[in-house]
Design a protein around this ligand. Structure first.
Ligand SMILES: N[C@@H](CCC[C@H](N)C(=O)O)C(=O)O
Length: 284
């Protein structure tokens, strides 16, 4: 990482924003100057996302120039792994871009999952997701000591979804970790979402790949849960989801003809928590 410090030498102190999308928190950096080398990005993100020694966040987002859209991004989980998409992070990125004058209130930006459209209305941000793929319902998987009925879908990143009776009593970390690394999801693994039906919609707790822990919210996970609940006839659109941190996310559906899955949009809050400046000691 010494190289990163050198290549950043002309840039210290480095401005960043800390934002929260429904309790999923992120560091955002205007990287249109492209001063962090691509080979250093993962380690840079891991060091900055560390609690206590860094800023502390579930992920880090580089906002970059694009010839094809208003901007493009690179998204890194707290462990430095790069993910194709992040629903809550996308909502924060859209508000960051709007507030920084990088894009208008209705924008399009490129992710590794594809093109995302977003609209910003003060702290309420709505993002369209790329078409959901790889939907598998009612798979029985042996996990730890017993079989579980597991559903899965890719909403830009892979998600497993399990419906449970006692959400508060679910051991999200141990069962989530066992499923996140389960052979059924291949070497890349999956995020894992535990969902309970409620009078006001769905309640969800998520174990996130790349954070390797429960997070307060997972946007693409909430979308996965809503899509699967509707496909199973357990809920109907639009689906309101209450997340661990107490925030709510709305999943909006646009029906498609034939066998195609509906188009999905994610709506919720995106808050600017603080603006700061990184020093080289954040990479120590
Ligand atoms: N929290 C995100 C998901 C971020 C990526 C995920 N951890 C993965 O690696 O698949 C969201 O809001 O969607």
């Amino acid at each position: 990482m010494a190289h990163a410090k050198e290549c950043l030498s002309a840039r210290w102190p480095l401005p960043f924003w800390k934002m929260s999308g429904a309790g999923n928190d992120f560091v955002l950096i205007d990287h249109r100057g492209a001063f962090v080398a691509a080979r250093d990005m993962a380690e840079f993100a891991r060091l900055v996302c560390r609690p206590k020694f860094g800023v502390g966040a579930d992920g880090l987002i580089f906002i970059e120039r694009s010839e094809e859209a208003d901007f493009q991004w690179r998204f890194f989980n707290a462990d430095g792994s790069e993910a194709e998409m992040c629903g809550n992070g996308a909502r924060c990125a859209a508000r960051f871009a709007f507030m920084q004058g990088i894009a208008a209130a209705h924008m399009r930006f490129l992710t590794r999952a594809g093109l995302i459209e977003a609209s910003v209305d003060e702290t309420l941000v709505t993002v369209s997701l790329t078409p959901a793929t790889d939907l598998v319902l009612n798979r029985r998987l042996q996990v730890t000591d017993r079989p579980h009925v597991v559903h899965s879908v890719n909403t830009g990143v892979p998600h497993a979804v399990l419906f449970v009776e006692d959400l508060a009593g679910t051991d999200v970390c141990s069962l989530g970790r066992a499923l996140r690394f389960h052979e059924a999801f291949g070497p890349k693994g999956t995020n894992v979402n535990f969902v309970a039906l409620a009078d006001d919609g769905l309640h969800i707790r998520s174990y996130e790949r790349g954070v390797e822990d429960e997070t307060f919210a997972c946007g693409t996970g909430a979308v996965a849960a809503a899509l699967i609940a509707v496909q199973l006839g357990l809920s109907s659109p639009p689906v309101r989801i209450s997340t661990t941190g107490g925030a709510q996310l709305d999943i909006l559906f646009t029906e498609k003809g034939g066998e195609r899955l509906p188009a999905l949009r994610l709506r919720g809050s995106a808050h600017v928590i603080y603006r700061g400046e990184l020093t080289p000691e954040a990479l120590a």
